[in-house]
Design a protein around this ligand. Structure first.
Ligand SMILES: Nc1ncnc2c1ncn2[C@@H]1O[C@H](COP(=O)(O)OP(=O)(O)OP(=O)(O)O)[C@@H](O)[C@H]1O
Length: 270
């Protein structure tokens, strides 16, 4: 199991409760539901280089990842990223943590991939010529050279996903947090992504539904109904999750899981 000696992302008794949602306009009947706890009792000290987070839709994976860069604040417990609290020290944490969103359009802010990568590089290269050269190299690495000056709205979903990843990796973050980075990629680009990740020295924390990929990681957490129900070797976590998926009684009958549902307790989970 390979570790990431310079990085430590720790969760201690973390809970996230969101306020009652206001009813949609014209749908006042029954009044708003009460506050909802979408993560609870999360305790894990992540020092491994590659950590996967797996679990069903709505289980809480994205919420867990968003705690790492302060996009979500815990309502209980503590999150620390290399000793820094993302809620209190967001700027310093975000300089260490690159976050790749599931939807690339929530991330790409410039009209073309080249401009987005160059914008990102302003943090590391002050001279325009250096930025342009570095952007060219990054575009080539991700097979994006020919699309560099196309509108991001004309790129396919997978091309956009690669562009978003390239933009984040351009600044070489110490920790890379990825929320389902391969959902839109075809087999060739999924393999490209796997190769890119294998070559990276950064700590990777990745939520994914790609169980074969997750099984190659150094450690995995299974999130179910807002709790970490398994924490251990990635291969064992994937086997545990496959068993959980086969157990209908562990799942609610409708979409939208609540921690109130009885989740099977997993080996090694706190
Ligand atoms: N700000 C919020 N307010 C209310 N509910 C929320 C909020 N954020 C997330 N949720 C709910 O919390 C649950 C967990 O959401 P989350 O996005 O973390 O799930 P996920 O495991 O990443 O799901 P998926 O695999 O479908 O992407 C979902 O039921 C979601 O609707």
């Amino acid at each position: 199991m390979s570790s990431s000696p310079y990085n430590r992302v720790s969760f201690t008794g973390v809970e996230v409760t969101v306020p009652a949602a206001a009813p949609a306009p014209g749908r006042g009947g029954g009044g708003p539901a009460g506050p909802r706890t979408i993560l609870q009792g999360i305790t894990a000290d992540l020092t491994e280089q590659r950590v996967a987070v797996i679990g069903g839709n709505g289980s809480g994976k994205s919420t867990l990842l968003r705690l790492v860069n302060g996009l979500v604040r815990p309502t209980g417990g503590q999150v620390l990223v290399n000793g820094l609290d993302p809620s209190a020290d967001g700027g310093r944490v975000r300089r260490q943590v690159g976050f790749v969103f599931t939807d690339p359009l929530s991330q790409l802010v410039m009209p073309t991939p080249r401009e987005d990568i160059e914008l990102s590089l302003r943090r590391v290269h002050r001279r325009g010529a250096d930025r342009r050269r570095a952007a060219e190299e990054i575009l080539a690495t991700y097979g994006l050279s020919e699309l560099a000056d196309n509108s991001i709205y004309d790129l396919s979903g997978g091309e956009r996903q690669l562009a978003a990843l390239a933009t984040v990796l351009a600044v070489d973050p110490r920790i890379l947090v990825l929320d389902e980075p391969s959902t839109l990629l075809d087999l060739r680009n999924t393999r490209l992504l796997h190769r890119v990740f294998e070559a990276l020295g950064q700590q990777l924390i990745m939520a994914t539904h790609d169980l074969e990929f997750a099984a190659e990681f150094d450690r995995a957490l299974v999130i179910h109904a807002g709790r970490a129900v398994f924490d251990g070797s990635a291969a064992d976590a994937v086997a545990f999750y496959r068993g959980l998926c086969a157990d209908d009684a562990a799942w609610p009958r409708t979409a939208g899981r609540h921690p109130g549902h009885s989740a099977p307790s997993g080996n090694g989970a706190p």
